[in-house]
Design a protein around this ligand. Sequence first.
Ligand SMILES: *Cc1c(COP(=O)(O)O)cnc(C)c1O
Length: 397
Amino acid sequence: MARDDGWGNFVSTTLKAKEFPLVRSNVWGSVSDSDWNDWSWQLRNRIQNLEQLESRLPLTPEERAGTILAGKKLALGITPHFFSLIDRNDPNCPIRRQVVPRIEESNTAPDEMLDPCGEDSHMPVPGLVHRYPDRVLLLVTDRCASYCRYCTRSRVVSGAGEQELTVDLEGAFSYLEKHPEVRDVLLSGGDPLLLSDAKLDAILTRLRKIPSIEFIRIGTRIPIFLPQRITPELVSMLKIHHPLWMSVHSNHPKEMTQEVREALGRLADAGIPLGNQSVLLKGVNDRAEVLKELFHKLLLCRVRPYYLYQCDLITGSAHLRTTIREGQEIMEQLRGHTTGYAVPTYVVDGPGGGGKIPVGPNYIVGMADDRVILKNYRGDVYEYPEIGQSSVADLRG
Ligand SMILES: *Cc1c(COP(=O)(O)O)cnc(C)c1O
């Protein structure tokens, strides 16, 4: 059941949909349900230029100037589905801040980098990042359904910047055959679920022929940006390649619509364990209540919050970054205050190529040879006595 909210948005009235609303803006006029629910229609009708954006959303001067410049750095791209979540009357809408370009993107703050995670220098084969001993990141495409303005890989993603992503898939497969220490492959990009079912199937089938590859996962924001892409056909292809895990990317509770919940449900029903990666973003999700609501909704969709990322030092991101201290304060308001499954690990990707580093907060107040001083979620202090060398001797008699 659905009703019009008076603004031309169709809002479902069932109870379960109250938490996961079906929101369809009328900015596309009289599009049929079958078109709207068709992922190729969603892709064809993405917002990709100033004219398309401005005709549907009154822009601020900062957004207008940012959009004109976007074609030179990271393209503008927003699916109708995600665009519908924007509050057109709120220039600070958290959905809007994630995908509508702003002029601040063309400022380079001190310490910002084009390749903040130092990936290019860890690529033994084009498209394959091998930083950790037993796992690799395989970038299979440079395109996404929509473009996040804080994209850590904006140097190569979207086709707008100067650098192009080159991917040597055959080279990557033979590298993996020669490196049996790699047991875990993470497909990313760009968004791997933008590939056709056949192409993705071919990549997964080829990886499954390498005996040392145990664990495969896909990093994707498609279930959030383009939930229509999670078709029954895609899901039945994916489940042939088990054990297959998936990390999705959501940042704000408004993203958890009914379509998204159904798409995540199809993946979970296929036995694909789901994790979520969020990026801590100023003005989007930098309050504990906002993240708590998001994480609770994810649990209801059978998605385990996996990482909360400190925003990388990507060029032009200063207006979206918080401090690490603020991130720690938010984490302190979550850990112990809500379900442990709802609390992700807060990490910083070490600038220049350090990999993911957990940044607390820290619950150890002090350590001595014979005891550890701890604090709990309320700040009360506890002592855990350590078994020292002398007490081990005592135990032995
Ligand atoms: C994030 C990442 C991984 C996966 O790390 P996990 O902590 O296992 O999720 C692997 N390789 C690279 C280069 C990464 O950035």
